[in-house]
Design a protein. Structure first.
Ligand code: BG6
Length: 501
């Protein structure tokens, strides 16, 4: 039995009045509750500095569930039962008394449950509070039992390699590594978890999964949304820190990693770190050639006008922050040497869609007259969950005429089960003490190491080749140029309800 499985558990959320709590954490915990996935004794302690009356607080959380849960409106009776487990603790993270009060609540919960319980401390807070809260938990001896006490830290984990290292050291002095759960919510997505199954439970692909058969890989995470109300954070971060350093590099790791000896968290994480360590580091000149950055100007997305990024709330009027990145990366190891991995992400693009495409090589010797489209494997992560293999087939008739067809696996057609949200899977893993889908300290640092030459070059040449693109378009044309000679264009991404065909 894993440490903590089915033990009474308390999840303390710091930043209880924030967006993440309302949109993601409480809807996820509520769905786990209605799916009978939470342990028999559980409580959620919500901490924030705002004075808030408990009923009003819970009503606001209910509104969040109704608006954001994958299951739609909460059932009144179920919500009322669930809400009995939630309590609000008003407190300033900077003050000792907040943690004294928290301790009293946790002790009361433990006394009531008459056995050791799991204590999870979720940092749903701005980065400046991470060290403050971590230190207070340590000083109050609230998080010292390394099999039972855990902290969950959201991204951004540092703003560069140095700050990430510093934060790792700070946390490492107070908690054991196995108590620290660094979230990258992409790893909790159902279709992302399925890539492991696809690669390592289907041996048929293994002999093809290398430089001999794969021409290139495209990883696209496109977003329709702009920066919205997050300009204050985003303008200091940009797409490279916000999306590439974490989500896109993690997708790349799962595609490129070697088969671990077992399905075991440390072995899986070791295999991913190895990929990151083999990504070719770029000189400034290579950065300018291999990494394109863009920023959206005014335009419209699906007929709705969008302001230019520089006109968004809390964004500097002359900001050079990138809202789009396309990069060509190489992994210098035996499996991948010479195979480009093209990564692309951006805001205010025409669709909301995340897709990985593995483009296989063309046959070295052709026996048919028709043009042949080389095989292609498409893994759609969202909005549709789908895997599709493109291959050539003979068109029925009296002549030998060829045409590409697709073989599809869609979740919708194959399963009746509903798809859990990433945060449901991740929160359950934290409660169960399973760190597989969380970032280990060395993983975060290795990912920062990959992006540091890019950040350093952009810092040195702030405005150099910042490509502007109109909101609602596919980003700067330089991003397409980057693909040459491997591909003419990025593969088309499907919108919701559309197949990737
Ligand atoms: C977050 C980024 O980590 O991921 C956001 O901070 C981004 O800027 C979001 O919009 C995308 O996540 P998803 O699950 O909507 O693809």
């Amino acid at each position: 039995m894993k440490p903590g499985k089915n033990l009474p558990s308390v999840v303390t959320i710091f930043g209880a009045k924030g967006d993440l709590t309302k949109r993601k954490l409480i809807p996820a915990l509520y769905n786990l509750y209605t799916d009978s996935q939470l342990p028999p004794g559980f409580a959620i302690v919500c901490v924030d500095f705002l004075a808030e009356e408990e009923t009003a607080f819970k009503n606001d959380l209910l509104a969040g569930v109704n608006e954001f849960s994958r299951n739609g409106q909460a059932k009144e009776e179920e919500w009322n039962e669930f809400a009995k487990h939630i309590n609000y603790l008003q407190g300033d993270f900077m003050k000792k008394e907040t943690f004294d009060n928290l301790k009293t609540r946790l002790e009361a919960f433990d006394a009531q449950n008459k056995k050791d319980s799991v204590h999870v401390f979720y940092f749903a807070v701005a980065p400046r509070f991470i060290e403050v809260i971590a230190d207070a938990l340590y000083e109050h001896e609230l998080c010292g039992r390394d099999g039972l006490d855990r902290i969950v830290v959201e991204k951004p984990f540092g703003t560069d390699l140095d700050t990430a290292k510093k934060l790792n050291r700070f946390l490492g002095k107070r908690f054991a590594e196995k108590q620290i759960y660094r979230i990258d919510h992409y790893l909790g997505k159902e279709a992302v978890q399925n890539i492991m199954a696809f690669r390592f439970a289907n041996y048929v692909f293994e002999p093809l999964w290398n430089r001999k058969f794969i021409d290139h890989v495209q990883i696209s995470v496109a977003e329709e949304v702009g920066v919205g109300k997050r300009g204050g954070y985003y303008d200091g971060a940009g797409a490279l820190r916000d999306m590439v350093q974490n989500h896109l590099l993690q997708l790349l790791c799962i595609i490129a990693m070697e088969r671990p000896g077992f399905y075991e968290s440390e072995l899986i994480r070791d295999a991913k770190v190895k990929v990151l360590k083999h990504i070719r580091p770029y000189t400034p000149q290579q950065v300018l050639k291999n990494v394109i950055r863009g920023q959206y100007t005014a335009g419209n997305v699906h007929g709705t006008p969008r302001p230019a990024y520089r006109k968004e709330e809390q964004v500097q009027a002359a900001s050079n922050t990138e809202t789009f990145v396309a990069a060509r990366l190489f992994i210098d190891n035996e499996r991948w040497k010479g195979v480009p991995f093209f990564l692309r992400t951006g805001k205010s693009l025409p669709v909301q869609s995340s897709v990985i495409t593995i483009q296989f090589k063309d046959s070295p010797h052709k026996i048919f007259k028709d043009d042949i489209t080389p095989n292609r494997l498409v893994i759609s992560i969202q909005p549709e969950l789908e895997i599709s293999l493109l291959f050539e087939a003979k068109v029925p008739g009296l002549k030998m005429k060829l045409k590409p067809v697709e073989m599809d696996f869609t979740y919708q057609d194959s399963y009746t089960e509903t798809i859990p949200e990433a945060y449901e899977a991740l929160l359950l893993d934290v409660l169960d003490g399973n760190p597989t889908l969380f970032m280990r300290a060395d993983q975060v640092e290795a990912a920062w190491k990959v992006v540091m030459p890019i950040l350093d070059t952009w810092k040195k040449y702030p405005a150099k080749e910042l490509h502007l693109y109109k909101a609602g378009t596919w980003g700067p044309s330089a991003a397409t140029e980057l693909l040459k000679p491997y591909a003419k264009d990025w593969f088309r991404l499907a919108a919701r309800g559309e197949s990737i065909k």
